[in-house]
Design a protein around this ligand. Structure first.
Ligand code: HEC
Length: 146
């Protein structure tokens, strides 16, 4: 009898171990986009607008759909795009910049946010921008205000 109780306990412990492991979520799930959006709005949206601007002369940074258009042109793969954004935000530089608008706005100031938060933001941006049907205006005139 004692032996069976022991076996039952061991089995229960093993099962419990398995189920806690299963509840751990892999990084960058689509369902994390709500958190990414919230973080973007808190840390980035004051500079990067998310809809087509009415008055381009008031912009202090390129609208995010234009930014993501350039990022995806260079890094079509999500993992590469996320890695680029996480690195750029923490340490922007002229040599890394993909957006020609760096000439108009100057370099983005570095933001020291936790890597995990930046990954959530970057994943949200990759999944949502540019919106479907977006066409990047030709150089010379357009949303980049040049
Ligand atoms: C104080 C204003 C400001 C804030 C806040 C800001 N940015 Fe920027 N960002 C800029 C400006 C200006 C540029 C254009 C110049 C450049 O490329 O560095 C830019 C450019 C970028 C670029 C394009 C870089 C390239 O390849 O040219 C990315 C990506 C970006 N920002 C992401 C973010 C994210 C994500 C956040 C929030 C975590 C954020 N930015 C917050 C001002 C800002």
């Amino acid at each position: 009898m004692k032996k069976w109780t022991l076996i039952a306990l061991v089995a229960a412990a093993l099962l419990a171990g398995c189920s806690t492991q299963n509840t751990q979520r892999p990084a960058l799930l689509k369902s994390d986009n709500a958190k990414g959006k919230e973080l973007f709005e808190r840390h980035c949206a004051m500079c990067h607008v998310t809809s087509k601007p009415k008055d381009r002369s008031k912009l202090i940074a390129p609208p995010i759909m234009g930014v993501m258009w350039h990022v995806k042109e260079r890094y079509p793969n999500k993992a590469d795009a996320v890695r680029f954004i996480v690195d750029y935000v923490r340490n922007p530089s002229h040599s890394k910049a993909l957006c020609p608008s760096v000439k108009r706005f100057g370099l983005m100031p570095p933001l020291h946010l936790p890597e995990k938060d930046l990954e959530l933001i970057a994943s949200y941006l990759y999944d949502n921008f540019p919106p479907q049907g977006f066409k990047h205006p030709k150089m010379g005139k357009g949303m980049m205000g040049r």
